[in-house]
Design a protein around this ligand. Structure first.
Ligand code: F6R
Length: 599
């Protein structure tokens, strides 16, 4: 989604802004722009397309020195991608950048029209700029607080006033914004990687608070315009981890980081055989578990359901957040609502969390980004230690989520299984880094198979139980970066209609990691193979697929308990290499955004 960066200090403002925007590119965008606040005026440069284009235009323009500036990458919501709709947007005395959606912008637009004020773009953001402009009579605080009283929806705003060239103002609601603190320079940003090159110290701007930022001072005010003291945080992500480190894409770099990040994630909650110390109350579940999430995080939930129900016999319902929030769900106080989110900012997941809290149901967040809204609002948080995930398509965060859910299943099953079985399963989990490395060694084999499938128009992933969950994730991974249409099917369900799509040459990836169901899945594979499908099997080395597998990827020796986690590495690499072979922008697939902060 959209990204914000702001800077005030002695460096070249335009350079800091453009470098910051490049670091935010991973969030997904279709246009970019900056505003530079100089002695005389605020100059705006913006265009549809890449930040690189903006950089070239700014270089050509030979810009005048500036004291402060704000920049933005836009992911279109209101109005198509175009230069006119790009941010920053301006009124006569004010310039803003905005993340989020102003829901009542039509009503505000009508009010402005009655005063003869008309926007030139199609955006909700310009309406907010014009509103603020109307309200500004020399007192920024008064104007900003009056404006946000009128704005409905979500927003993180970076604001410049023409008569205050040294100051940036920032305010937010339901859309994250941080204020970075440097030495003689300060920043605003929608995301930590944008400022890591300059500082690791930052403040989280809370709902309804306003920040006033000059190069030497950061002042915070609450809704009643009273000054606020805020705690400064320090990011423990190093800048290196937000860079490609010699890999051609972030995605493959992140795939390769999985041995370390899975170990780090598990290590936080399993020390000396003691699982989730001091968290007993979270696991005292008398009712059902609802796992609510979006996209890959939802698929992690599907995998978690299989393992939790199998091991701990606690009923688990997995819900798509955008559905759950409007379904008027029947929750009880003895249930547990688990929200899974890498970013911790996904609008629908956050809404689901708030809904559960409003009904007095215990909540747990499984979140990657510390300090994110879901992390702060969930009653309890377990963190995945995936580090910054830059590639839009998640890999390492997903894997950490599934590994953590497996560890949680062990904790829930602690009272039912023997100490020996617990230890054995724990050891299996901690052998994951080694097993993941084994799959990573198969990359050239997987790349060669991907080359054979790269021109497919449609592709099916089939599996049962935990393998259906992995099929869903593998299918999403493939389609989002390769643009090959793909479907995941529960293997036994195929014959109830969808098998009519199978014709000679249709590629089918059969996921078979759950030994208890392999015979059943094999039967389903034979059905598609008999109709001419080209079958790629992903399974254990001791499984005989010679009757139906045209291609085979074998897992390293591992138990069923962890096999879907090990197998995910293979399908991630498969998707990655198909996307690369098709010449796609792997890290920034079209139409997608990293952090989906609008519903
Ligand atoms: C797919 C992907 C998305 C996210 C989804 C939820 O590769 O990354 O499907 O999983 O948008 O995002 P978070 O986990 O940030 O809530």
């Amino acid at each position: 989604m959209c990204g914000i960066i702001g800077y005030t200090g002695d460096r070249d403002t335009e350079k800091v802004l453009i470098e910051g925007l490049k670091k935010l590119e991973y969030r997904g965008y279709d246009s970019a722009g900056i505003a530079l606040s100089g002695e005389e005026e605020i100059s705006i440069y913006k265009n549809e397309g890449k930040v690189q284009l903006l950089e070239d235009r700014v270089k050509e323009a030979n810009v005048a020195p500036s004291f402060a500036g704000i920049g933005h990458t836009r992911w279109a919501t209101h109005g198509k991608p175009s230069q006119l709709n790009s941010h920053p947007h301006r009124g006569k005395k004010v310039v803003i950048v905005h993340n989020g959606i102003i829901e009542n912008y039509q009503e505000l637009k009508g009010e402005l029209a009655q005063k003869g004020i008309r926007p030139i773009s199609d955006t909700d953001t310009e309406i907010a700029a014009l509103l603020l402009d109307q309200l500004y009579e020399g007192d920024p605080h008064a104007a900003i607080f009056a404006a946000i009283k009128r704005l409905e929806g979500s927003y993180a705003l970076g604001i410049l006033f023409t008569d205050r060239p040294h100051t940036i103002y920032a305010v937010r609601k339901d859309s994250p914004l941080i204020i970075g603190k440097g030495q003689g320079e300060n920043f605003i940003a929608s995301d930590i990687p944008a400022i890591l090159e300059y500082t690791h110290d930052y403040f989280l701007l809370e709902e309804g608070e306003m920040a006033e930022i000059t190069k030497d001072n950061i002042n915070f005010y609450d809704e009643k315009k009273r000054p606020l003291e805020k705690e400064m945080l320090t990011a423990d992500w190093d800048e290196q981890s937000a860079m490609k480190g010699g890999f051609p894409h972030f995605m493959v770099k992140e795939i390769n980081e999985q041995p370390q990040v899975v170990r780090a994630t598990l290590g936080q909650y399993a020390r000396g055989g003691n699982l989730f110390p001091n968290q007993e109350s979270v696991f005292d579940i008398k009712g059902s578990i609802y796992i609510v999430a979006c996209g890959s995080a939802y698929h992690a939930g599907l995998s978690g359901k299989q393992i939790i129900e199998k091991m701990a016999r606690i009923p688990v319902q997995v819900e798509i957040a955008s559905e759950f929030r409007y379904n008027n769900p029947i929750l009880r106080k003895e249930d547990l609502v688990v929200i899974i989110s890498q970013s911790g900012e996904t609008a629908d997941s956050l809404a689901a969390l708030r809904l559960a809290k409003a009904q007095g149901v215990p909540t747990l967040g499984i979140v990657n980004v510390r300090g994110s809204t879901i992390a702060r609002e969930a009653a309890t948080v377990f963190y995945t230690a995936a580090g910054p995930e830059i590639s839009v398509a998640t890999t390492k965060a997903y894997l950490c989520q599934v590994a953590l859910l497996n560890l949680m299943a062990l904790k829930m099953a602690e009272k039912y299984i023997s100490p020996e079985e617990l230890q054995e399963k724990l050891q299996q989990l901690f052998s994951l880094p080694t097993l993941i490395k084994e799959v990573l060694k198969k990359e050239s084999q997987i790349k060669a198979i991907a080359a054979k499938f790269k021109d497919a128009e449609h592709l099916f992933f089939i599996g049962r139980g935990q393998d259906y969950a992995l099929s869903c994730e593998s299918s999403l991974k493939l389609k989002e970066i390769s643009y090959v249409h793909s479907e995941a099917y529960a293997a036994g369900e195929l014959k109830h209609g969808t098998i009519s799509l199978i014709e000679p040459g249709t590629p089918v990836v059969a996921v078979m990691t759950d030994r208890s169901r392999i015979a059943k899945t094999a039967g389903n594979i034979k059905e598609v193979h008999a109709r001419g499908a080209i079958v790629l099997c992903l399974t254990h080395p001791d499984v005989d697929c010679s009757d139906f597998a045209d291609e085979l990827i074998t897992l390293p020796e591992c138990s069923d308990f962890i096999a879907p986690i090990v197998g995910a590495i293979a399908t991630q690499l498969f998707a990655y290499h198909i996307a690369v072979a098709r010449g796609n922008d792997v890290d920034k697939p079209r139409n997608l955004a990293k952090s989906v902060t609008v519903e």
